[in-house]
Design a protein. Sequence first.
Length: 408
Amino acid sequence: MTISQQRISTCRVCGHGGFVPVILLPGMPFTDQFVPKERIGTEFLADIEIVACKACASVQNIHDTDMSDYYRAYTYSVQSSGFARGFMKALALAVKQRFLSHIAHPVVLEIGSGTGEQLQDFRRLGCRVVGVEPSRKLAEHANAQGIKTIEGFFDGSVCGRAALGEESFDAIVTSYTFDHLPNPGAVLRGMHAMLSTSGVLVIEVHDLDLICRRDEYCLFEHEHYTYLNEGTMTSLLRRYGFAVETFTLLDESVKRGNSLLVVARKCSVAAGENAAVNVSEELAALGSLGRSVAEGIARLDEWLTLHQGKRIVAYGAGGRGVMTIAALENHAILSAMVDKNPKGAGLYSPKSHLEVFGIDELGRQRADLVLVFSYGYFPEIVAEVQERFGYQAGECVSMLDVLSGTVE
Ligand SMILES: [Zn+2]
């Protein structure tokens, strides 16, 4: 896999030059590049450098990383969790009822459509659907399920109307893909052209404000180019001719952690430079983010030092665990990683090189402490580890509590 990187010189959102530094995470891996023992040390590592635009305050990755090979080979779990399925159903229903109910057979396009599960929900509600997905495996799976899916990147090259087979779309939906786009403006221009008059755009990304509230630096990834909040998202959409309809389409309880879900309607004329944020206020707030991330990393490192000599096992080999651990100086104090669905046997986490096991490992070899990275499920995880392997509640520690300094 060849990976090349280039620094950008102008803002991904507004095109102006000039950045202020926000966060620097040295020598970081991809979230997903687990390696077998014989390939340890061959994984991609590079600095993650997050900056903010002086002109529009949009937070972004300073590097373009050519990840086309990485995405093409991407085969993340084919089966979504019950929670994710519930979200998709609720999203399809809410979009259909609130924005498409006046159209007999609305046409819905999804960018980054994966295995087509979200589009299945729209189809069940009477929509015609098309997906675009860069991973060949996932696109093949979707097509086999009867969800028309074009294999490729939504960057203009793949997405002529002819390829998609529709004149225009009544809704374009994209969940946790928009922040992977190096040039969001160009993509929005394309979406604007493809939407029907007063068609809607539904975008879900990580909410920068929520990332900041919890100092979740693990969400700053090579794979993520932009980090938006309500203000910068509103500005970006306005710039390309969309008016925000709502940020509260779904209740918080239905959405995944850190979700920023926006619905915007296509307008005839772009509002241009009409910003929705106070740039100097945004930039001042970002100044403290860099400091508090560094403090969070230091607290995790101190906690590990404090418990050095014990067998400490990390629970959760998702992006959160991989990236949080990769940024730590003392990651070698950890003994192993466990996950409910490990990617395969005999794999090691990128950079930190922890062997990844199924959770049965907690029974085979007793840990003194279980550091839980999938903290959203902390109570369930503690209950299961107690019940199945006889651990005490105090032997499980939430990463979030260590990060915020509320646990010794
Ligand atoms: Zn900008």
